[in-house]
Design a protein around this ligand. Structure first.
Ligand code: SF4
Length: 440
């Protein structure tokens, strides 16, 4: 097991899927701010698109996502119509000066919509953007996956899929409200592979209510047997005060911090022993997967989907809650679906929240990303070097980092502490608690 230092894990810290984090987003005051940012994308830019589908057929008790039941066809249809309209508006603003390299469908569960609706979205993207050689990825709920969906993904040119698996334990699946037998996952995998989806990710979890170290070990053994190209192993965040649906779970068996730490360590060792390469603090990929190749070249970064090998500084988000990234700003669409639909119906792109990244923010963003993605960073250019040295002292004394002339290197034992080390370089966290999750 990694060396355990509970005092260094006490403070909840962000996952840093953006910097500044969403806690720093403020209402966007300027008119046309998103439209202006899209229109300013330079000629020939290689961009990425993200489409958000905030619906699921069955809502899992542990889920912290902003998602609703896909049980009302009229409501779903109205959402898809608004998304089609937003695709058109975004495409008109970009005119002909771009190439789309990546398209990601996330949620919720994109396969909560019908295959016909998915086909309409793909057709609209082809009409509005230059997407001919784009890599397309889709998040999937295996409970709603079937041969019709596999065929649609193959026909649409989807090459990467991510499935919410979380655990193979039947007992834990009952507790968390996500019952999906091993056969369901295995069948979804073979159907995906048969239709040309060759890169598959499993989202797995530790620290779920009712889950023991043995459950996790068994689930990882089954995962290794199925051999997805990528695995993300997340710690479950129990926040029942904020997420009412989590109160429905029996939490009489809940791992404490030491047990969570042991589970995280067990997951890391098991996957690495099985031939996966570790990427940052919670991702793993087989050595010839593009994510592992990019990680070895020092080319992974963080975005709203976690670790990514997407190098584009322009990620345009569509749908309620979707976030768009630009080199100097982050803008988020209205979270409330009704308000987002109303905004789109005016024929305008309207961000409701966002943050403008200053040059100081950019310096801190680079350090935080370097620590989380590459395990090292140049910190010599920051003001207040002595303050940072003091804050790093307890990590240095325990052999978690080494400092050398303005450069820090995280040692192998530092993996579970990477978020905490990164947070030292986040000035917004120095005086605020925020609503973040446990570092492990
Ligand atoms: S399928 Fe995923 S997004 Fe939907 S409720 Fe379950 S965990 Fe949440």
């Amino acid at each position: 097991m990694w060396p355990y230092h509970p005092d260094l894990l006490r403070r909840p810290v962000p996952r840093y899927t953006s910097y500044p984090t969403a806690a720093e987003f403020r209402p966007v005051g300027e008119d046309h701010v998103l439209e202006n940012a899209v229109a300013a994308i330079p000629e020939g830019a290689e961009i990425s698109l993200y489409l958000h589908i905030p619906y699921c057929n069955t809502i899992c008790h542990y889920c912290a996502c902003n998602t609703g039941r896909a049980n009302r066809q009229k409501r779903l249809q109205a959402y898809i119509d608004a998304l089609l309209a937003e695709i058109r508006i975004m495409g008109e603003l970009l005119t002909s000066k771009h190439v789309v390299k990546r398209i990601a469908f996330g949620g919720g569960s994109p396969n909560a919509i019908s295959t016909q609706e998915f086909a309409h979205l793909i057709a609209a993207l082809k009409d509005s953007f230059h997407v001919d050689r784009a890599e397309i990825s889709v998040e999937l709920d295996p409970r709603d996956f079937d041969g019709e969906w596999a065929a649609m993904l193959g026909q649409s040119g989807v090459t990467h899929a991510s499935m919410g698996v979380q655990t193979f334990s039947a007992e834990v699946q009952q507790v968390i409200g996500r019952v999906q037998p091993y056969e369901t996952i295995a069948s979804a995998m073979s159907q995906l592979r048969a239709h040309g989806v060759q890169s598959i990710n499993f989202d797995m979890m530790y620290g779920l209510p009712g889950q023991t170290g043995q459950d996790l070990s068994d689930s990882l053994d089954k995962t290794i047997e199925l051999r997805p190209e990528r695995i993300a192993l997340f710690g479950y965040a129990h926040l029942p005060q904020r997420i009412a649906r989590q109160r429905r779970m029996d939490t009489s068996i809940m791992a404490n911090q030491l047990q969570r730490f042991a589970m995280s360590s067990l997951g890391y060792q098991t996957l690495v022993r099985a031939g996966y390469e570790a990427i940052g603090f919670d991702h793993f990929a087989l050595p010839d997967d593009p994510m592992a190749v990019a990680a070895r070249a020092g080319e992974v970064s963080r975005n709203f989907q976690g670790y990514t090998h997407d190098p584009s500084p322009w990620l345009l988000g569509m749908g309620a809650t979707a976030i768009s990234l630009f080199p100097d700003r982050i803008l988020q669409n209205e979270k409330n679906v009704g308000a987002w639909r109303n905004a789109v119906s005016t024929g305008r792109l309207t961000a409701s929240l966002g943050v403008h990244r200053t040059s100081r923010d950019e310096a801190h963003r680079q350090i935080i990303e370097d620590i989380l993605c590459r395990g090292e960073a140049e910190i010599g250019g920051l003001d207040g070097a002595e303050t940072y040295a003091e804050r790093l002292a307890s990590f240095e004394q325990r052999g978690l980092i080494e400092r050398d002339d303005g450069h820090i290197t995280c040692t192998d034992s530092a993996t579970p502490y990477l978020r905490t080390i990164a947070a030292i370089f986040d000035p917004y966290r120095h005086n605020s608690k925020g609503g973040f999750s446990s570092a492990i």
